[in-house]
Design a protein around this ligand. Structure first.
Ligand SMILES: [Zn+2]
Length: 870
């Protein structure tokens, strides 16, 4: 009976091109074009391409006085990023005033009195921002966005007009147009006259890399707090103009599921106010009532948490909105129509309809609770100014690497976080990150201070705090992220307030470097500690200069130069060297030192055999299945966007067939299973290439493939793959006890245990061998974001470049005790000699989402310093 009812509703829904059954007795202005009249088909009949969506929205914007279409940016593939601002024409006429008044609420310091706040609150419409299609292959929501825009522009019924009289509705119809278009072009190309409902057939089986991510295969729903991608940067800028009271990010999950809306699951980040839970319930109730009326199944409160700050629900919530994720059953496996395991058919029409229904319900809930929502929005900002905490601010050191500190400042400023710079030295009570004792320390002028007493206190605290307070064991995403730690910068918590002698930082200045000493020198020395030295040295190689690396430390010109210092001899280079170095030092913010003799005061001489030439390596990176597109994307972005180092992307399936002698370095990013594409003949080719000098770098799955038990390319053993006779007595006993325990566990206990045993992304301290080329320029102790991958057993044959200590120091985030113990005394990076070449294994990614930028050098050192010169 239920099925019959629902299908009847579909008919009326589709007939009128909008939610007739949602907006009961809905009536429409015939002058406003329906989606069908422009697209040539009704919503849900097929997947709308980018140009069709744009064509409809442009027509709609030209036909209605309820809408303003704003182009707020361009995607990496040059597609338009746009928003539709829809409201009553009288409200549209005063948008600037509304924006200004709303922004005043976000900084209560600018208000003269509570009464002024009260007046602003009553004068404002509720601002509801709805984002569709951040994951391109969760393709129903941009279709729903067109329906919603039509309903709001054409609807003449009371429910529609009531929304418009009380709300400013901002619709971002296509947050990730590149990913969506990748999906839509593909899926449309697979479809026949009738959909095949079998979920395994081609139209349901999306090909690599899929449409979820943007051009560089980044997940835009993890990037809001770091803004590594230009789509996010433009979106955040536009979002901050509006600072909405409600934000919804529309998604899809497994096709076999139902529909998820808020309240969210636990954990909810501790800095968020309790009202967040209250509003989750209020909006959940509104959506539930709409779905109950139509007999549509749904669930709340499970799985989707509010912990990691980079999501489309949490980030708006850290910005005062109630930010929510709605998830419709679907995704690429659903294609145009699919039969669910329960026998029901799920169509694109159903998926778009459900997102449309919750869009209307959310707008109505927002309007119904308008005053209370805006009051809570104001309270969010007001209470941020009075958060009780012994922490008064965060101090980020710019000394080690001013360029990197500038990039952290830029990330914070883009989110409206207030930052100050000390104009005079000040003695402050501080606590070093991950060190428990506070002490008094004189901070020099120029020190960066982020005070906690500011409207953006919650976001500042969340991004900068060294240790995330973990109250739960399950995380949908990583459980730790501290931005200074991820950037490899030294930082302190300050228990002293912001000193009076400080100025507000309004822009992140990229510092300039200089050539120190004579321009007619014997040699020029480039210290390797700062990140900018990497692209700078690459530029020198590109320009054809000969440069070398000092593999041992030395002292000259009154300064210590550690191993990894790059040396450019005047005698082996063109006369233009000094001028070019001067220009590059400014560009990359690196100080270069000139010296007039090869003799040093201490350590090796510059002509020592420990000073060896660097090769401009020719690099290949494996791409395509089975490589993880996210991990490949991180490397792609690092080399191409961040460093300007070219490489060739070679399909993993082709790597064993091509002439590898063209390459000095081959990188195998994380992947499902390289054995599926490397048979023994191909493995032999890789081995022979290494024996003649090739450097093979494997990351996570790539490294696991290089292990003894898989390809046999190295003798590396991963902790998870130990054979019975390789286990210690203690390990055997622990395993036995666990097996015994398992026999008597309930199903629930088993599920809990496997959840608890995960390492969701947790910060660990790792020790680096800085005398090994891969460790050059790195500190002795680094912080890594560790996920679930197994570390490598220490080895006598392979050289361990980086390892977890005996105590396996977990510094922030969640990990079970058992797992922490297993990581102890294991390798994070291991190096094997294979003939003239090398095999370098990274147990896990060192480039996580590119916001973890402090470990890049480990990878770049391998590329610059390991290949043998010709
Ligand atoms: Zn999604």
């Amino acid at each position: 009976m239920k099925i019959f009812l629902v299908s009847l509703l579909f008919v009326s829904f589709l007939h009128a091109q909008s939610g007739v059954e949602v907006i009961r007795g809905g009536t429409f202005d015939p002058r406003i074009p329906t989606p069908q009249s422009v697209l040539g088909y009704s919503i849900g009949d097929r997947f709308s391409e980018y140009h069709s969506i744009n064509a409809y929205l442009e027509r709609l914007a030209a036909s209605s006085d309820r809408i303003r279409r704003v182009v707020y940016g361009t995607s990496l593939e040059h597609r338009t990023l746009q928003a539709l601002i829809i409201s009553n024409p009288r409200i549209l006429a005063r948008l600037d005033e509304i924006k200004d008044n709303n922004r005043k609420l976000t900084d209560p310091r600018t208000l003269r009195s509570k009464e002024e706040a009260g007046q602003l609150i009553s004068s404002l419409p509720v601002i509801v921002y709805l984002s569709y299609g951040v994951h391109g292959n969760e393709a129903s929501s941009p279709e729903a966005a067109m329906l919603l825009a039509y309903q709001l522009c054409a609807g003449t019924d009371e429910r529609t007009t009531s929304i418009l009289e009380n709300a400013v509705v901002i619709i971002d119809p296509n947050v990730n147009p590149d990913g969506r278009e990748r999906y839509v072009q593909w899926v449309n190309s697979t479809l026949g006259r009738k959909p095949d409902l079998l979920p395994y057939s081609l139209e349901h089986s999306e090909q690599w890399p899929g449409g979820r991510t943007n051009h560089y295969f980044f997940d835009l729903n993890r990037d809001l707090s770091w803004q590594t991608q230009i789509e996010t940067r433009q979106r955040v800028k536009f979002y901050r103009e509006w600072m909405p009271h409600v934000h919804v990010d529309y998604h899809e999950m497994e096709y076999s599921s139902t529909y998820f809306f808020f309240p969210a699951a636990v954990p909810v980040h501790q800095t968020l106010p309790a009202e967040v839970l209250k509003w989750g319930k209020i909006f959940g109730k509104g959506n539930a009532e709409a779905f109950d009326r139509l007999n549509i199944p749904y669930y709340v409160g499970e799985r989707f948490d509010m912990f990691y700050p980079g999501y489309g629900d949490s980030w708006p919530t850290f910005n005062g909105a109630i930010g929510m994720t709605y998830e419709q059953a679907g995704g690429s496996r659903a294609s145009l129509a699919v039969r669910k395991p329960n026998g029901q058919v799920l169509s694109l029409k159903d998926r778009a309809r459900n997102h449309f229904i919750t869009s209307i319900a959310t707008l109505e809930t927002s309007v119904k609770n308008k005053k209370e929502r805006i009051e809570d929005f104001y309270k969010f900002w007001d209470s941020a100014l009075h958060i009780p905490s012994p922490t008064r601010g965060y101090i980020v050191s710019g000394d080690q690497d001013p360029t990197r500190a500038a990039s952290v400042i830029e990330i914070l400023l883009r989110q409206g976080i207030e930052i100050y710079r000390l104009t005079e030295p000040a003695t402050l009570q501080v606590q070093e990150y991950f060190v428990s004792k506070p002490f008094s320390r004189k901070m020099p002028a120029g020190t960066i201070f982020v005070p906690l007493q500011q409207p953006q206190a919650r976001l500042a605290q969340t991004l900068l705090e060294p240790v995330t307070a973990v109250s739960d064991t399950f995380f949908y995403d990583v459980s730790a992220w501290s931005l200074p730690v991820a950037s490899g910068l030294k930082a302190w918590i300050s228990q002293s307030p912001l000193p009076a002698k400080a100025e507000k930082v309004t822009s992140a200045e990229a510092p300039s470097g200089k050539l120190i000493g004579e321009k007619t020198a014997y040699a020029y020395l480039i210290p390797w500690e700062r990140h900018g030295a990497i692209p700078m040295v690459w530029q020198l190689l590109e320009k054809g200069y000969e440069v070398s690396v000092a593999r041992r430390p030395f002292a000259t010109v009154g300064r210590h130069f550690s191993a990894g210092t790059v040396v450019a001899f005047a005698g082996s280079n063109r006369d233009s060297l000094a001028t070019d170095l001067e220009q590059l030092s400014r560009q990359f913010g690196i100080d270069i030192y000139s010296c007039s003799t090869g003799l040093t005061d201490k350590g090796i001489s510059l002509g020592s055999s420990y000073v060896s030439p660097i090769k401009k390596s020719s690099i290949a990176i494996a791409v395509g299945a089975p490589v993880s597109s996210n991990d490949y994307g991180e490397l792609w972005h690092l080399f191409e966007q961040d460093l300007g180092i070219p490489f060739s992307a070679i399909r993993a399936t082709d790597l064993g067939d091509i002439d590898l002698s063209k390459f000095d370095v081959v990188i195998l990013p994380d992947a499902g299973n390289y054995q599926s594409v490397f048979d023994s003949t191909k493995v032999d080719r890789l081995r022979r290439w290494m024996q003649s000098g090739g450097v093979l770098i494997g990351i996570e799955g790539g490294a696991q493939f290089m292990a003894k038990s898989r390809s046999g390319l190295t003798s590396a053993v991963f902790k998870s793959e130990k054979k019975e006779d390789e286990k210690t007595k203690e390990e055997k006993e622990q395993e036995k006890a666990k097996k015994e325990q398992t026999k008597r566990m309930t199903l629930f206990e088993k599920e809990e245990r496997s959840r608890n045993e995960r390492i969701p992304g947790t910060i660990f301290a790792v020790l680096v061998d800085t005398t090994h080329p891969v460790g050059f320029g790195m500190p002795r102790e680094i912080y890594v974001l560790k996920g679930d991958a197994a570390p490598i057993e220490l080895s006598e044959v392979g050289h361990t470049v980086a390892r977890f200590s005996k105590d396996s120091v977990q510094t922030s985030g969640y990990a079970s005790r058992d797992r922490v113990q297993k990581i102890a005394e294991a390798a994070y990076i291991q190096d094997f000699r294979v003939g003239r070449g090398r095999a370098l294994l990274f147990a896990e990614s060192v480039t996580f989402r590119r916001f973890w930028s402090g470990l890049d050098k480990l990878l770049l050192n391998a590329i610059l310093f390991l290949p043998q010169p010709d």
